[in-house]
Design a binder for this molecule. Structure first.
Ligand SMILES: [Zn+2]
Ligand SMILES: [Zn+2]
Length: 256
């Protein structure tokens, strides 16, 4: 199982792309601006898109990818997300005003996108021994993360999230957890903004991690552009004792 980081920043700028992960060439987890680095033939291979929530930095690439692939694919791309996320996308993005409704284009029987509502804590088979489970997280809008179990280990991605016992309860319930991708959007001095926007800061994440019974390698993501150096400095203290890395666009996370 191989996860390529197409984007993992909290914003855009030179070399920065927003959240999108490519799992084994045919599955996307979130569809931020990171998908803009995929060639057209790579985009044609995508069969599934799993979304964590409806915020623009996680979904905008889906609109452009659908437009790119018009008339180029025979089977619809399955877009998996919670009921609330799908509803928001359909009402506010793919609504013929912001963007065409690609779930009825080129025609209703042969659409480009097929919406698939996922249920929290219910496993979906991905083939090749891989299974994905959505789990609820706390954010300003309904949001979820995904745990992906493969033959050689388990990777979990929280998406945008904040301190919440339900998150740790779910992760502690996994039989194993080898790698955890989790967000830190702001440095500690912006803890009030983190609380308001439901994003982690280093000190809060360090304290919350005491509730985690597994000891995964941590992959830190979603740093707001311009705050990277402060967050890295604060993590040296807040995450002392943890194995961790600050993710960058182009990094690969392997489970083997
Ligand atoms: Zn968000
Ligand atoms: Zn975000």
């Amino acid at each position: 199982m191989r996860i390529k980081v197409l984007g993992c920043s909290g914003g855009v700028g030179p070399g920065l792309r927003t959240t999108s992960l490519l799992l084994d060439e045919e599955i996307l987890i979130d569809a931020g601006t990171g998908i803009g680095d995929l060639t057209l033939s790579q985009q044609r291979r995508i069969r599934h898109v799993f979304l964590t929530h409806c915020h623009l930095d996680h979904v905008c690439g889906l609109a452009f990818m659908a437009d790119n692939l018009f008339d180029l694919i025979d089977e619809p791309i399955a877009v998996h997300a919670s009921r609330e996320t799908l509803q928001t996308l359909r009402e506010h993005v793919f609504n013929w005003k912001i963007w065409p409704d690609f779930s009825v284009l080129p025609d209703e029987n042969n659409p480009l996108l097929r919406w698939n509502e996922v249920a929290m804590d219910e496993k979906l088979e991905l083939g090749d021994g891989r299974r994905i489970t959505p789990f609820r997280v706390l954010h300003t809008v309904p949001a979820n993360g995904y745990a992906i179990e493969g033959r050689s280990g388990t990777f979990a991605f929280t998406g945008d999230t904040y301190a919440d016992d339900a998150l740790w309860h779910f992760l502690n319930g996994l039989p194993r957890l080898d790698k955890l991708m989790i967000e830190i959007a702001f440095p500690d001095k912006e803890a009030a903004l983190g609380y308001a926007s439901k994003h982690f800061t280093p000190d809060l994440l360090g304290r919350e991690l005491r509730k985690l019974e597994h000891r995964p390698k941590l992959y830190l993501t979603h740093h707001k552009p311009g705050t990277e150096a402060s967050i890295e400095r604060e993590c040296r203290q807040a995450l002392r004792g943890w194995e961790y890395a600050h993710l960058k666009r182009g990094d690969t996370i392997s489970l083997s």
